[in-house]
Design a protein. Structure first.
Lengths: 199, 196
C-alpha cells in the first residue's frame, strides 16, 4: 500500500514539473521574443515617387510634389500664400468607406511639424475630398499651407502610416483597425514654383 | 487500452474547444444593430422611426443649384440617388447613418461631399409625427448597384438599435443618366430633381 502511494505521488510530481517547466519556458520565449522585436524593429523601406506602398488597408502612390502660390481649387487666396502640393493615388482595400487617410501621410521633418494639417482635394473635380470608398481608387491632391518663415524645401520626405486589423481588440473584443507605425518613407524632389494659371 | 481512451478524450476535447472558439460570436456581432427588412416603395417601420424609399436614380454626374451657382460633382463610378420620406415616432431625431451594402459585402457610406443639398438625410431634423421628404446620394462602382441593400439607422454607435435593411430588388433604374440636377424648390418637396 505505501509503495503504490509513493509511486502515485512521484508520477504527479513529474507531471507538475513538466507542465510547470514547459509553461515557464513558453512564457519566457514569448516575452524574450517581444523584447527582441521591440529592440530590433524591422527597418522601414525608403522608396521613391510613383511606387505603390501597400499598407494593408490602403494602397498609396505618391506621384509628385511641387510648391505653388495657388491652392488646388485654382482660386487665388486674398493674401499671398505658399502651398506644398502633393499628387497621390489612394485605393481603399478594406470593406468599408473610410477617411482615415487624412491622418495617414505626414511630413518627416526634424523641425516642428507643418501646421495646419493638409487639405485633400479630388483631382478630378477639385472639390474637397471626404471619405474614400472601397474598390474606387481615387487621385487626390494634398495641399499644405507652407509657413511664411520657412524656406521652400528642395526634397520632401513623407511618412506613410499603416494600420492592422484586429478581429477582436484587447478591450472589448470588438473588430477594429489600429495604428501600427510606418509602412514606408517616400523621398521625392519638390519642383519649385510651378505657377498655374489664374482663374 | 486506457492510454488510447485518454488520447481519444483529449482529441475530442480539443475538437470541441476549437468548434466553440470558432462559433463564438464576437463583440461586434453581439452588439450589431437589429435588421428590419423591407423593400423599395414601401414604408418600413422601427420602434423609433419609419422610412420609405420611393424613387431610385442613377447618374454619371450630379449638379447642385444653390443660391444661383451650379456645382458639379463628378464620380469615378455612378451616383445612386434615392428619394424617400422619413418620420420620427417617439422623439425629435436625425438619421445620421446611411450605408449602401453591395452584393459582395462592401459598405459604402452616404456621400459627405454635399453641403447645401436641401432635404439631405443627415441634415434633416425629424419631428415625431411630421413626415419629411429626404434625399440620399451614394458614390458607387457600377457593379455595386445590383443586389445592393440600403441600410438606414439612427446612429452607427448605438448597440442593439434597429437598422432598416431595404433591398433594391428589381427596382434598379434601367438607364444611367448622364447628369442629374438637384435644385431648391419653393413648394412640395424641398428639391426638384431633373435629368438632363
Amino acid at each position: 500500500m505505501p509503495v503504490v502511494r509513493r509511486s502515485k505521488i512521484r508520477r504527479r510530481l513529474l507531471i507538475m514539473l513538466v507542465t510547470g517547466v514547459g509553461g515557464m519556458a513558453a512564457a519566457a520565449i514569448s516575452f524574450a521574443s517581444a523584447v527582441y522585436d521591440a529592440a530590433n524593429p524591422a527597418p522601414v523601406p525608403t522608396i521613391g515617387k510613383d511606387q505603390t506602398v501597400d499598407t494593408g488597408r490602403w494602397r498609396v502612390t505618391i506621384n509628385g510634389a511641387h510648391m505653388s502660390s495657388m491652392p488646388p481649387t485654382g482660386t487665388k487666396p486674398f493674401e499671398p500664400k505658399r502651398f506644398l502640393v502633393v499628387d497621390l493615388e489612394l485605393d481603399n482595400r478594406s470593406v468599408a468607406t473610410s477617411n482615415v487617410f487624412l491622418n495617414l501621410i505626414t511630413i518627416r521633418d526634424e523641425a516642428a511639424p507643418v501646421q495646419p494639417k493638409p487639405t485633400y482635394y479630388l483631382a478630378r473635380d477639385k472639390w474637397i475630398a471626404s471619405a474614400i470608398n472601397p474598390n474606387m481608387p481615387e487621385k487626390l491632391v494634398a495641399a499644405w499651407e507652407w509657413p511664411a518663415d520657412r524656406p521652400e524645401p528642395a526634397t520632401l520626405s513623407l511618412s506613410i502610416g499603416k494600420q492592422i486589423y484586429k478581429p477582436r481588440d484587447n478591450l472589448y473584443g470588438a473588430p477594429n483597425w489600429f495604428d501600427d507605425g510606418e509602412a514606408a518613407v517616400v523621398e521625392l524632389p519638390v519642383t519649385q514654383a510651378a505657377e498655374t494659371k489664374e482663374q | 487500452m486506457s492510454a488510447l481512451r485518454t488520447l481519444l478524450i483529449c482529441v475530442l476535447a480539443i475538437a470541441t474547444l476549437y468548434a466553440m472558439r470558432n462559433s463564438t460570436p464576437g463583440y461586434g456581432d453581439i452588439t450589431a444593430p437589429i435588421a428590419i427588412r423591407g423593400a423599395v416603395g414601401e414604408r418600413v417601420e422601427t420602434r423609433d422611426f419609419a422610412f420609405g424609399a420611393a424613387n431610385v436614380h442613377l447618374a454619371r454626374q450630379v449638379k447642385v443649384e444653390s443660391f444661383g451657382r451650379v456645382k458639379d460633382y463628378s464620380t469615378s463610378g455612378v451616383w445612386l440617388i434615392i428619394e424617400g420620406a422619413a418620420v420620427a415616432k417617439t422623439e425629435t431625431m436625425t438619421l445620421t447613418s446611411a450605408d449602401w451594402l453591395a452584393g459582395n459585402g462592401l459598405r459604402y457610406e452616404l456621400s459627405q461631399r454635399f453641403s447645401t443639398v436641401p432635404g439631405y438625410l443627415p441634415t434633416e431634423r425629424l419631428e415625431p409625427g411630421l413626415p419629411r421628404p429626404v434625399l440620399l446620394a451614394f458614390e458607387l462602382p457600377e457593379a455595386a448597384v445590383d443586389k445592393g441593400t440600403l441600410l438606414v439607422a439612427r446612429s452607427l454607435v448605438m448597440p442593439l438599435a434597429e437598422e432598416l435593411s431595404i433591398a433594391l430588388g428589381d427596382k434598379k433604374p434601367a438607364d444611367i443618366k448622364p447628369s442629374v440636377t438637384i435644385a431648391r424648390s419653393a413648394s412640395g418637396t424641398p428639391w426638384t430633381l431633373a435629368a438632363r
